[in-house]
Design a binder for this molecule. Structure first.
Ligand SMILES: C[S@@+](CC[C@H](N)C(=O)[O-])C[C@H]1O[C@@H](n2cnc3c(N)ncnc32)[C@H](O)[C@@H]1O
Length: 208
């Protein structure tokens, strides 16, 4: 999967201003609120599938200094690095496929907005859960945002798997039995830069 997918995402980021991409949000308010409710700015935070998101900007402004962003697309990460300038030195930018990635350390908080729903194959979801379980410290938090069951069937021209919070919790228990406890869930609507509404769910899990 990786080579084709990498080319797909690099093309998407190279072909448009980040602010025109359907998943763009100028200020990631919901993510920031959930992260700040779970950890202090001293926490080690990883954003998987972070792309060119403004989340590192918001976390740096909130005083976080131990940040990692992992994404398939070097193009996306280069855009964030250029935007952040010297502040970007506080971020560990990692180009890679989360389903093959080997975490070199552990994190207090894992954040994923709109990556997991692209994993339509069982083996890829199992690999993701394996990395997630290894990378998050016991007592740490995973925040997973996906299209909800009434959300779009595709994103960026790719098929997605949609979840209710209950279905996501079941998937986590099936793939990583006993590893995560669902703590807080909710739903929200993302409005794309073109004005379309996309229904999402978010789920916060704690690592047992
Ligand atoms: C819809 S975008 C969301 C980007 C970002 N989370 C945000 O909210 O702006 C999905 C991102 O996931 C990345 N991605 C997709 N599959 C991935 C994988 N297997 N490993 C790492 N990143 C992946 C893409 O390159 C893309 O940046």
């Amino acid at each position: 999967m990786t080579d084709d997918r990498t080319a797909h995402w690099d093309d998407r980021y190279a072909g448009a201003e980040p602010g025109r991409l359907s998943w763009f949000e100028a200020v990631p308010e919901r993510s920031l609120t959930l992260i700040r409710a779970a950890v202090t700015p001293r926490a080690a935070v990883i954003d998987v599938g972070g792309g060119a998101s403004r989340l590192p900007d918001a976390l740096l402004a909130a005083g976080f200094r131990d940040l990692t962003v992992l994404d398939l697309s070097a193009e996306a990460l280069a855009r964030s690095e250029a935007r952040l300038g010297p502040l970007g030195e506080h971020v560990d930018w990692q180009v890679g496929d989360v389903t093959r990635w080997r975490p070199a350390r552990r994190y207090d908080l894992w954040h994923d907005r709109a990556l997991f729903h692209f994993l339509t194959e069982n083996a890829h979801r199992a690999a993701y859960l394996d990395r997630l379980a290894c990378a998050v410290k016991p007592g740490g938090t995973a925040i997973i945002m996906t299209f909800a069951e009434d959300g779009p069937e595709t994103c960026s021209g790719l098929p997605v798997r949609r979840y209710s919070p209950e279905a996501l919790a079941q998937e986590f228990s099936a793939l990583a039995p006993g590893a995560f406890r669902s703590e807080e869930v909710g739903r929200f609507t993302h409005v794309t830069p073109a004005g379309a509404e996309q229904r999402f769910q978010y789920s916060c899990f704690s690592r047992i």
